[in-house]
Design a protein. Sequence first.
Length: 187
Amino acid sequence: MNPRDYLEILHVAERLKDTPRHCTTTKQRTESVAEHSWRISLMAFLLRHEFPDIDINRVVDMCLIHDLGECFTGDIPTFIKSDADREVEDSLLIQWVRSLPEKLSGDFADLYKEMDAQETKEAKLYKALDKLEALIQHNESPLDTWSENEFELNKTYAFDTVAFSSWLTELREAVLEDTMRKIESES
């Protein structure tokens, strides 16, 4: 890859720094997609000793690229994102990935295929962390920033996604404890 191609990729990815997410931070600042991607990457890195049979570097790669489609469409919260929204995002992302240098394009395509199939332990861990991070962020944000449906979502969301791992199930239960404590103390 030549330096110009490298810079162009970085310029596209930089858009995520200015792409707001539905979540807010502890201080009520709207979180960016880049911040979310960074934190799930950190979450994966921190689990390397909990999941020694999983290629954590591959999981980190998935976490880093998982929301690049939002460079083109912005973030649409999962509970309102339609199939049509997904199709547009996927189409624009695929078009961009195909425009990358050949080897890199193949790397991206392989990761996205694995992530979409949700068959490997790595893909399942990435997906679980993606969902768990949103729940954790909601617990860190002030309750008055939650939309009405999030009170129920924070109680039920992602239990199915973490079910493949007893450790992640325990983590999800701890997140639920935090949710319940938050709702009780701030309501």
